[in-house]
Design a protein around this ligand. Structure first.
Ligand SMILES: [Mn+2]
Length: 272
């Protein structure tokens, strides 16, 4: 047994794809993570609450309440919390600029790091349609790319009005076994390109449940991962450098349960 982990305080913490309301959400690991990690600002990068799941089947164990309470308590104690909705919690997209319990809702933000570098922060699902049609759009050019994103946003809004679930591109893509190999890379390229168009230094997103920090043609691409399978967060240090933290444990214990086999209900989560 090692000693209890130290408490760490960061400038910013980025978390996404917690999927509260799904049986696959690892609220136990996340609660423990939040116990030992604090920040001036916490940015929730989408799919924090799994509205699709809850609509079909209400599942809200104590662990979900505990996570919400923990975040609200941090907000009360002075942590700035920004909530960027994803496709699973898109009901919040109707409330940009709204504050609830000290939490601000924003569709996307530009995060200025301590070193002055600027990062576009968004969930990332709006690029699903671009990734799907990547070759066609590359051929058709910029206007088609813009149109595809606009059409995807409109379609999502219509489906929301009709109470249909968001069409999950990544779930579809992962079924196409051979193409799925390229899916992550193509998603990363498209999102990095969006950062370039916004004239920022990098992008911080979630959605595809694949945590990483890498450079893509001069753009810093950072993905926060998820709390369903990998249990990861991105932390910004006081000097503006970033760290990918993996937390698959409770306190000082070793891994409580290997995450090789997904728990019940995880199949849906693979839809990102
Ligand atoms: Mn998503």
């Amino acid at each position: 047994m090692t000693a209890a982990p130290e408490n760490r305080h960061f400038r910013t913490l980025f978390l996404s794809d917690i999927h509260l309301g799904s049986k696959a959400a690892r609220t136990d690991f996340l609660l423990d993570f939040l116990r030992y990690h604090d920040a001036d600002t916490i940015v929730l990068v989408g799919d924090v609450v799994d509205g699709w799941r809850l609509k079909r089947n209400w599942y809200w164990p104590q662990g979900c309440n505990d996570v919400v309470q923990k975040l609200l308590r941090k907000a009360r104690k002075g942590t700035r919390i920004i909530y960027i909705p994803g496709n699973h919690d898109e009901f919040l997209r109707s409330f940009p600029g709204v504050h609830f319990g000290g939490i601000e809702v924003a569709e996307r933000i530009i995060h200025e790091a301590a070193d002055g570098k600027r990062y576009l922060v968004l969930h990332g699902d709006e690029f699903d349609v671009v990734v799907r049609n990547i070759r066609l759009l590359a051929y058709l050019g910029d206007w088609a790319y813009d149109a595809a994103i606009a059409i995807n946003v409109v379609l999502a809004a219509i489906r929301r009005k009709l109470h249909l679930p968001y069409w999950s591109f990544s779930a579809w893509a992962k079924l196409q076994v051979k193409q799925a190999v390229n899916f992550i890379g193509e998603f990363q390229n498209v999102v990095a390109e969006e950062a370039r168009r916004n004239q920022v230094d990098g992008v911080i997103c979630g959605h595809i449940h694949h945590a990483t920090m890498e450079d893509i043609q001069g753009i810093r691409y950072i993905n926060t991962g998820d709390w369903v399978e990998s249990c990861t967060a991105i932390a910004e240090h006081m000097d503006g450098s970033f760290e990918l933290i993996s937390w698959q444990k409770i306190g000082a214990t070793a891994d409580v349960m290997p995450l090789l086999r997904a728990p019940d209900g995880a199949e849906d989560m693979r839809a990102a």
